[in-house]
Design a protein around this ligand. Structure first.
Ligand SMILES: [Zn+2]
Ligand SMILES: [Zn+2]
Length: 258
């Protein structure tokens, strides 16, 4: 039977250098359960090392976790990769790591800026919040992959590719490329919480042929689920979401289609 699933497909964990330390996979899942979110995608910058913990933390809960990543292209545009399973996202991670700006992430010494509790440390944890590692790569940097190469990699591995926050003045595909080529194989465009539907139509109406979604881009627990997209489908699987993104067989996304 078809039903509506509430999805937040852009969530950072404590692995992202710009996210709060409170964003552990277990805390994210608890908050998602409380807020009635059915599907989340873990999308850390250029890494997927906390996806396993999030999937484990979600076992025996109502929340489905997609294996995701927010990849920075050579043009400094952010692209979300959404995969069903850990193996798929790990293959993408291999490609991203091979092409990531070399260098080491060096966290600041205490005292830390009070306005930024945690962050910088790129913490890899398990589902019980135990620290497994600190990722030393420059995850905040860009890869040497073009947007097109990123899309090809994601699609070759059976994933969905979404242009992140196209309304932002930095790190969005429009801010970085100037426009979205019509033939670009993006499965969806994401609008940030700063842009409502009316404003989106006014600013981005020319891209109406693409599927539009909206998500939280949460870097702290408070923001989780502040924007979500409804998916009408039978199961909370990537396979069903692919149909919903394409508006096939009665599956559809709610945002941007009414
Ligand atoms: Zn981003
Ligand atoms: Zn993000």
């Amino acid at each position: 039977m078809m039903r509506r699933f509430k999805a937040d497909l852009h969530v950072h964990t404590c692995l992202s250098p710009c996210a709060d330390l409170e964003m552990t996979p277990s805390a994210i899942i608890s908050a998602a359960v409380e807020r009635g979110i059915d599907i989340i995608a873990i999308t850390d910058h250029n890494s997927a090392e906390n996806v396993i913990a999030a999937k484990k933390a979600a076992e025996d809960t109502s929340v489905t976790v997609l294996a995701g990543m927010e990849i920075t292209s050579v043009e400094e545009a952010h692209v979300l990769a959404l995969m069903e399973d850990v193996e798929g996202i790990m293959k993408i991670q291999d490609v991203v790591y091979e092409n990531l700006t070399p260098g080491e992430n060096i966290p600041p010494l205490p005292p830390f800026d009070k306005g930024k509790p945690g962050g910088f440390f790129q913490v890899v944890v398990n589902e019980k919040d135990e620290v497994l590692d600190f990722n030393k790569r420059l995850l905040i940097g860009a890869t040497s992959l073009s947007v097109q190469e990123i899309l090809n990699t994601i699609h070759l591995l059976g994933g969905l590719a979404v242009a992140s926050h196209i309304d932002r003045e930095a790190f969005g595909i429009i801010s970085q490329l100037g426009f979205i080529p019509r033939d670009m194989k993006l499965d969806a465009l994401e609008l940030s919480p700063n842009t409502g539907m009316e404003k989106a139509r006014r600013l981005f109406g020319e891209y109406g042929s693409f599927t539009w979604i909206t998500s939280s881009d949460a870097h702290c627990l408070r923001d989780l689920g502040r924007r979500t997209t409804g998916f009408f489908m039978k199961q909370p699987t990537l396979e069903e979401m692919i149909l919903a993104f394409k508006n096939i067989d009665g599956r559809k996304t709610e945002w941007g289609r009414e």
